[in-house]
Design a protein around this ligand. Structure first.
Ligand code: GLA
Length: 410
């Protein structure tokens, strides 16, 4: 999945809504400490700081690699890349999550599979830029993240996008956000070896404050759909189950392959090209193991389109039932949920959430719950209590606010 880097992990407690930090004060505090670490490690100041956020997906799961639709928002938590150009072709990488370690690489010698651990992700981006013909060289980079790792919140995509944006700035490449997102995805697919779709990188690059991002993963056309949760008296809770099953990577690849096989059997370029109306006829032509996969993808694309229509017509509260429906489809058809995400989603709804679903690749990670703000604490408490009763680790609870995508911060 996309949340496996130790550089992306964080002390989740510092980002909890309960700390009382505003986003701005937190960014300043984090940034100041990291700037001092950069000077200490590299002996000079960075040329700039570039930030790229994590995301939660409202609806549209496992649709992106089927050329379909997704509806993510960026979250306030971000990876910051403090960076300075070097002229000797050396890439030095450090992370505040891995104190004292500096990984030194020759950019001309970067090759897929050649960099182990967390440094593979930033190195991959430099490799992808060079493979695409961009004349970039070395840099001193310090990564500083408050995106929880392993929580299904795209800490890896945030890391890639922060480095891509920093390199774009350092080397004056002038690349567009979508181009950088595609390069970051290529970095993850080909250098790191994870067959992810384009949603996470596009969300991290392109999202805007106060809006959800409607993305067509086929042509990368985007629409920013206003999402004023606070104005509607609503809160989007993120319940991190703290579970990430080992089978995640292999299972993701297998699901993707199953979807591609189904499209080929149906004679379609991608499952995106099958409509809800065409579903009954198509399912009859597929082997039994592919039926639930196709049913999920086709109905999920439809849920994204319905979600946008409802959002525009009736406002954010109308998303609730669509979220819950999406969770059932992931649980029963696509089978990417797990006992912990099922418990979190069911408990949230039973405690009064308007809707809840797991978000991201699955097999653990986070559940989102749309709740009336006055019920947010009660819903969070109910889920925490249910987890304790089931003997699960205590979930981490955040509040997701639609936040801006990648940018230069200083
Ligand atoms: C992971 C991938 C995305 C997407 C989701 C599932 O987050 O990185 O591309 O496929 O899973 O929707």
């Amino acid at each position: 999945m996309t949340d496996t880097t130790s550089a992306g992990t964080t002390n989740a407690g510092t980002t909890d809504a309960g700390t009382g930090h505003t986003d701005a004060t937190r960014a300043t505090a984090v940034g100041t400490a990291a700037a001092a670490v950069f000077e200490e490690l590299y002996g000079h100041a960075p040329e700039g700081v570039w930030a790229a956020p994590g995301r939660v997906n409202l609806i549209g799961e496992h649709t992106d690699y089927n050329d379909g639709f997704v509806l993510p928002i960026a979250i306030p938590q971000a990876v910051r890349a403090h960076a300075r150009r070097r002229t000797d072709g050396v890439l030095r990488l450090a992370s505040t999550r891995v104190p004292g370690e500096v990984v030194e690489l020759d950019v001309a010698a970067l090759e897929p599979g050649g960099v182990p651990g967390w440094a593979a992700y930033p190195a991959a981006v430099v490799w992808a830029l060079r493979s695409a013909g961009h004349e970039v060289g070395g840099a001193d980079v310090l990564l500083d993240s408050d995106v929880p790792g392993g929580a299904g919140l795209s800490s890896s995509a945030a890391l890639e996008c922060a480095v891509a944006t920093a390199y774009d700035g350092l080397y004056g490449l002038g690349l567009g956000a979508a181009e950088l997102a595609l390069l970051a995805q290529r970095a993850e697919n080909e250098f790191v070896g994870v067959p992810c779709g384009i949603m996470d990188q596009m969300a991290s690059m392109v999202c805007r404050s106060g809006a959800a991002l409607h993305l067509d993963a086929r042509d990368l056309s985007v629409r920013h759909v206003p999402l004023d949760l606070a104005g509607a008296g609503l809160t989007l809770l993120v319940l991190d189950t703290r579970v990430q099953h080992d089978l995640a990577d292999g299972a993701y690849a297998a699901l993707r392959a199953g979807c591609e096989r189904a499209a080929a059997l149906l004679g379609l370029p991608a499952l995106r090209d099958l409509s809800v109306d065409g579903l009954p006829g198509a399912l009859g032509r597929l082997p039994a193991d592919l039926v639930p996969l196709v049913r999920h993808v086709v109905t999920e694309n439809d849920r994204v389109e319905r979600a946008v229509a409802e959002l525009e017509r009736r406002g954010p509260a109308a998303l609730g039932p669509i979220l819950t429906e999406g969770h059932a489809s992931l649980r029963d058809d696509f089978r990417t949920s797990c006992p912990e995400t099922d418990l979190a989603a069911a408990t949230a709804v039973a405690a009064g959430a308007l809707g809840a679903r797991m978000t991201g690749g699955g097999f653990g990670g986070s559940v989102i719950a749309l709740v009336e703000t006055e019920r947010a604490a009660a819903v969070a408490e109910a889920v925490t209590g249910a987890f304790a009763a089931a003997g699960y680790a205590e979930p981490q609870v955040y509040r997701a606010v639609p936040s801006p995508g990648a940018r230069r911060e200083s």
